[in-house]
Every structure is written in C-alpha cells, then in structure tokens.
Design a protein around this ligand. Structure first.
Ligand SMILES: Nc1ncnc2c1ncn2[C@@H]1O[C@H](COP(=O)(O)OP(=O)(O)OP(=O)(O)O)[C@@H](O)[C@H]1O
Ligand SMILES: [Mg+2]
Length: 282
C-alpha cells in the first residue's frame, strides 16, 4: 500500500505546553482518513505541520515524498487545504473569487467553470458571495481548495456548522473526489461523518494516536460479546454471552416462539471515541 503522508514521532510544544507528543501514523494513497480527537487535542496543529504552516518541535513528517522541512511551492501546488481561515471575499462574485485564487495559485490546470460545476455552483457563478447560503459558501471554500486539482486534500472540519442535509451534500462531493483519485485527510467532531465517510479513523488523545483502524474493525474490536434478547410477556431485556450455552437457550426460545427480538451489540464510533479518549466507558 503506497503511503502519501506520514508522521514519525512528531512532538510539538507551544512555549512549555506539549500538544503533540510522539505522533506516529501513515495515510495511504487514495484513502479518506479521519483524524478525531477532543477539542484542543491538536488536530489543527497536525494539519498545520503536515502543510508546513508551522514546524514541529521534533520528529519527522513527510508529505508526497517530501520532508516537511523541505516543503516548497511544488508540493503546495499538489495539495489543497481547507481550514477555518480559508476565507472568501464576500463582496466579489463566486466566479471572481475563484479567478482571484486561480491567479494566486499560478495554475493553468483549472477551468473555473468546470470547478464550479463540480461543486454545484455553476448556476450561481455571478452571485455575490454574501448572498450565498451557508452550504453554498462552504462549497465555494471547498472549490478554492480544489483549484489546483490536488492529489491530496486537507480538510479541517469541512462540515462544522452545516446542517445534516448540507453536510450530506459535502460528503457526496468528497466521495466523488475520492473516487476520482484524490486522497483526503480530514478532521471532524462529527462521529457519524467519520463513520460514513472515512476508510480509516485515527483517534488523537494526549498528543498521540491511541487507536487507528477502519470503522468496521474498530466496532468489532470494541463490540461487547453479548446478545440482547427480549422475550414475549417480559418487559426487561436479557443479555447473554456468545457461547454454546446461550446458543442452546436462544434455540429453545425460538422453538417455543418466546423470542420477540434479538440484537448483537455494536458500539458507535462516538462510543469508541468516548472510550479511547477516557471520557466514558463502554
Ligand atoms: N499558535 C499557538 N500558540 C500557542 N498555543 C497553541 C497555538 N496553536 C494551538 N495551540 C494550542 O494547542 C492545543 C491544540 O490546538 P489545536 O487547535 O491543534 O486543537 P484541535 O484539536 O484542532 O481543537 P478543536 O477541535 O477545538 O479545533 C490547544 O491547547 C491550543 O490552545
Ligand atoms: Mg481544530
């Protein structure tokens, strides 16, 4: 599996505060990777180091085969970045905003209209940004990050403050981009988003990755090995272990038509998040 970026033992201190403390992980080419962690865990700091906006205190970070210390314009032209401060100009039209950023990016790769079509904003190209809805504006900000047709896209909370329908629109767009070959590294507080969208999830806590795997594997790992059944005429549910003895019980409940419902327990990504960050127990 090809690696598109990696961090090895990254440490980052602000004055005497240690934010990242031995951060080690890889992102593979063509995956959607989600970095999750409590507020203040260092997710934005991680993106800033990966995109060379700040340097680590120590450790190694490589993006597109280039060490973070030797980042240059060539590399920046191959990545797209969406962060809190990816602003757009409210008084300019949608099209003029993209024209401006195309000029800054010094790229001739992109046709603005194609880009606007891709994010579903072509019909609004003459609209002044301040008249756009929140979802449209977020798509414009996203198109700005896509202007250089990046191989690797960094998204810092791409759907925060969007309602579920607008988030779903962005998810669809991100999936399409991913299918077309863009690797996506995102941070999010939205556990459902992480579950639906990401091929792999890394949990960041106290400066380190404390868990990293596919959503499916994480759920299996943290699943309680129990089956919950509800029997006819009984208000409470019964939990039984997954073993031969339970199989016999369940068989007889089915045979005597006593069984009303039966469920295995699978934790949500949110429950796993709470567990690995020490906030709760499952
Ligand atoms: N330039 C800076 N100077 C000093 N401290 C900083 C700086 N940037 C970030 N920090 C601190 O580093 C820690 C991690 O911040 P960061 O923004 O990376 O967290 P985050 O995981 O992105 O949080 P959130 O989920 O709230 O966006 C915080 O305690 C923050 O106050
Ligand atoms: Mg952040």
């Amino acid at each position: 599996m090809d690696t598109i970026l990696s961090m090895k033992n990254i440490k980052k201190c602000f004055k005497n505060k240690i934010v990242l403390n031995g951060l080690t992980f890889d992102v593979r080419k063509n995956e959607i990777f989600g970095l999750l962690g409590p507020s203040g865990a260092g997710k934005t700091t991680t993106i800033k180091i990966l995109t060379s906006q700040i340097l680590p205190t120590s450790g190694d970070s490589e993006v597109l085969d280039t060490n973070v210390y030797s980042f240059n314009r060539n590399i920046l032209n191959r990545v797209g970045i969406l962060t809190d401060n990816s602003g757009v100009y409210e008084r300019l039209t949608v099209w003029d905003n993209l024209k401006l950023f195309t000029d800054i990016a010094v790229t001739d790769k992109t046709n603005i209209d194609i880009m606007l079509k891709r994010v579903g904003l072509l019909d609004n190209k003459k609209t002044v940004v301040k008249k756009l809805s929140k979802g449209m504006k977020q798509r414009l900000i996203l198109s700005r990050a896509l202007i250089n047709d990046p191989e690797l896209l960094f998204l810092d909370e791409p759907t925060s403050s969007l309602d579920p329908a607008l988030s779903a629109e962005i998810h669809k767009l991100l999936k399409e981009l991913n299918i077309q070959g863009t690797t996506i590294f995102l941070t999010t507080h939205d556990m459902v988003e992480a579950d639906k969208l990401c091929d792999r999830i890394g949990f960041l806590n106290e400066g380190k990755i404390v868990e990293l795997d596919t959503p499916e594997n994480l759920k299996l790992k943290y699943a309680k090995r129990v089956i919950t059944v509800k029997l006819k005429g009984r208000s409470e549910k019964i939990s039984v272990g997954i073993n031969a003895e339970s199989a016999e019980k369940i068989r007889s409940w089915i045979a005597t038509e006593a069984l009303e419902s039966i469920h295995s327990y699978e934790p949500t990504i949110e429950e796993i998040f709470l567990k690995v960050t020490g906030r709760d127990l499952i």
